[in-house]
Design a protein around this ligand. Structure first.
Ligand SMILES: NC(=O)c1ccc[n+]([C@@H]2O[C@H](COP(=O)([O-])OP(=O)(O)OC[C@H]3O[C@@H](n4cnc5c(N)ncnc54)[C@H](O)[C@@H]3O)[C@@H](O)[C@H]2O)c1
Length: 286
């Protein structure tokens, strides 16, 4: 990472979930480098130069009570990053990838002043959210047992729950942004394509090597957590005041490639290697 990062975030405090690993750790590190105070939250111990490190398991209601008891009185923003892949049980995917995003927002919002924000990590895997958005809006109001019954009724099983949870994050983000407009708190989501973190191996298991390797070939490489953190840190800039209620794909151009392919223009030429892959259109489900 270059050293020309400004210290514009000094004096500001952000909570980051999933801060023990991967994207969450990179977001925490980036915010810290920009001068911010970071409250790192994770199931595993989040080691680093953090103002506070809170260990909490989001599959357990007691985890949120524990977080609430330890958070500072004032926050400038929340990054919901913690997540599990499609290899986890469906209930765990639901609780960590969706329910926890809402609960963490509920815990943090009373501490966030006007001008603050929440940024949720969704995924390119959730890009089909419009297809069942209406159902998802009602789904988000159900309790966990009814949500699990709804998921089963829809025939969503195992690894297929992962893209569904990310669709939920994109819908939830928009609903929360509307709820919080009057309080002056912005809510957006970021949707990475494949990123080199420990859960990429799980994605290889659930969707196969071909989809990920072809995605890498199309855009030239896989993302690093630092690539995603650079965009996440933009969300903390005081002058991003008018960006609200949107999902921001951060995928090196993979989504654009899929669009171009569908329009018959999907030729990618990395120097001498021309890559036109049919597999990538099957979708990155990570
Ligand atoms: N890696 C990718 O290719 C990719 C692509 C798109 C989106 N994402 C999303 O990015 C986010 C971060 O994932 P990552 O790739 O950095 O993976 P990661 O495994 O490196 O990090 C996930 C973090 O979440 C924490 N976590 C998991 N279950 C938890 C629980 N019950 N309670 C509290 N914390 C818990 C883990 O301990 C870990 O530190 C996830 O939401 C993931 O779905 C990842």
């Amino acid at each position: 990472m270059s050293d020309d990062i400004s210290k514009d975030l000094s004096g500001r405090t952000f909570a980051v979930t999933g801060a023990a690993s991967g994207i969450g750790l990179a977001v925490a590190e980036r915010l810290h480098r920009e001068g911010a105070e970071v409250v790192a939250i994770d199931r595993n111990t989040a080691a680093g130069p953090w103002t506070a490190s809170i260990t909490a398991d989001f599959t357990d209601q007691a985890g949120f009570e524990h977080v609430a008891a330890q958070l500072p009185d004032r926050l400038d923003g929340l990054f919901n990053v913690a997540g599990v892949p499609g290899t986890a049980p469906v209930q765990t995917q639901l609780l960590v990838n969706v329910t926890a995003y809402r609960r963490m927002a509920d815990v943090c919002v009373p501490r966030i002043d006007r001008g603050g924000f929440i940024t949720n990590i969704a995924s390119l895997a959730g890009s089909g959210w419009r297809n069942r958005a209406e159902g998802v809006v009602g789904f988000l109001d159900l309790d966990t047992d009814d949500q699990l019954a709804w998921i089963a009724e829809q025939g969503i099983e195992g690894a297929a729950a992962y893209p569904f949870t990310k669709e939920c994050v994109i819908v939830l983000t928009q609903l929360m942004s509307v709820e919080l407009i009057a309080r002056g708190i912005r809510v957006n989501s970021i949707s990475p394509g494949p990123v080199t973190t420990p859960i990429l191996e799980d994605f290889r298991q659930t969707i196969g090597d071909t989809v990920i390797d072809e995605a890498r070939a199309v855009v030239g490489r896989l993302a690093t957590p630092v690539d995603i953190a650079a965009v996440a840190a933009l969300m903390a800039r005081p002058d991003i005041a008018w960006m609200n209620g949107i999902d921001i794909p951060v995928d090196g151009g993979l989504g654009a490639y899929r669009f171009a392919r569908a329009a018959g223009k999907g030729e990618v030429n990395h120097g001498e290697r021309a890559a036109t892959f049919s597999g990538a259109e099957r979708g990155f489900a990570g």
